[in-house]
Design a protein. Structure first.
Length: 344
């Protein structure tokens, strides 16, 4: 297992700063997702780790081993890093076994050892019996498994994923999420996973780094990022929910009583120096009740198990609730709050 250490890393493309003096460690055996909208810098960070880009400032190391700074860099092939691309990057003129064996052949590994290691790794990714298949004969999910097997056969201690499921349909993506989790639990490789899909990040990772404009806004466990976002940007990007304004009525150590539209709600978190706060309300933490926040039904979208409903509060702000039944537009309702988070 290998730790990745990044100190004050900066990368520019002309006048655009893709990464802005960021520092982050990826502990050995961790699974970290880099999450953010297009252009936030997550793929640039991945390419710097892989060696496909050169930093303009800062330093990158694997454990105590120097890897790169602005003056000198180890070549990609010297880093022992496996990369799984969105495009799979497989050779169509080779069969499955040849694609997987390629890293071993470049290292002059013996033929018998190559055969046994390829067979073992294909079995580990659920492709036993596919060794002689052509790449064009495979589904998207199977091709992604071949790309993963190619990393595993080389015993890569660091595996980088660049939006690997973006080209797959919903059902294939679900099966590949399970495959990635299984591979990580068995190999304990240090994994860095780039995605803009928050559901993938929440399901796969033990840590999520939320990025925006070349900066890291928050790095924490999926549970903490979801339930206790560090600012409004993270709150707006992770999960569904609404940020509403409130006024502090009473402080209770690590929680506060906040007035939202004339109704008092207990909220997690603590701020000092102001009584005006912003509170995050998740749909699963609010429900229709006999008393609570006064609201009017404004819009509704059927999502299958629930009707995603937009309510307007007395102060004109809106929040989202999941209702098992269709609520008449314009009807007045009351909403009880079981959990709320005061955004720092």
């Amino acid at each position: 297992m290998t730790e990745i250490r990044i100190q004050n890393l900066t990368k520019r493309f002309g006048d655009v700063t893709a990464l802005n003096d960021i520092s982050i460690d990826f502990p050995s055996g961790s699974f970290t997702s880099l999450l953010g909208a297009s252009g936030c810098g997550k793929t640039t960070l991945l390419r710097l780790i892989a060696g496909f880009e050169v930093p303009d400032g800062g330093q990158l190391s694997f454990g105590d081993e120097f890897i790169a700074d602005a003056k000198s860099q180890k070549k990609p092939e010297e880093r022992g890093v496996g990369v799984v691309f969105q495009s799979y990057a497989l050779w169509p003129h080779m069969d499955v076994a040849a694609n997987v064996a390629y890293p071993l052949k470049t290292r002059k590994v013996g033929k018998d050892e190559i055969t046994s290691r390829v067979a073992a790794v294909l079995d580990s990714v659920g492709l036993d019996g596919y060794a002689k298949r052509g790449i064009e004969e495979l589904s998207g999910g199977q091709r992604q498994r071949v790309a993963l097997a190619r990393c595993l056969v080389a015993d890569a201690k660091i595996i980088l994923f660049d939006e690997p499921l973006a080209n797959l349909d919903m059902h294939l993506r679900a099966s590949m999420v399970e495959a990635f989790r299984d591979i990580h639990s068995r190999t304990r490789a240090t994994i860095v996973y780039v995605t803009h899909d928050q559901s993938e990040a929440l399901a796969l990772s033990d840590r999520i780094a939320v990025m925006s404009s070349g900066n890291i806004l928050q790095i924490a466990s999926p549970l903490e990022v979801y339930h206790s976002p560090s600012d409004r940007k993270v709150a707006g990007f992770i999960g569904r929910g609404t940020v509403v304004s409130g006024a502090v009525v009473r402080r209770n150590g690590s929680s506060m009583v906040v007035d939202i539209g004339g109704t008092q709600v207990t909220a997690r978190g603590h701020v000092v120096g102001t009584d005006s706060v912003h509170v995050l309300l998740r749909p699963e933490a609010i429900a229709l009740a006999d008393q609570g926040l006064d609201a009017v039904v404004r819009e509704s979208t059927y999502r299958g198990p629930v009707h995603e409903t937009w309510l307007e509060l007395a102060n004109g702000e809106r929040l989202t609730i999941d209702s098992p039944h269709l609520l008449p537009l314009g009807s007045k309702v009351h909403v009880a709050v079981s959990d709320a988070w005061i955004i720092p």
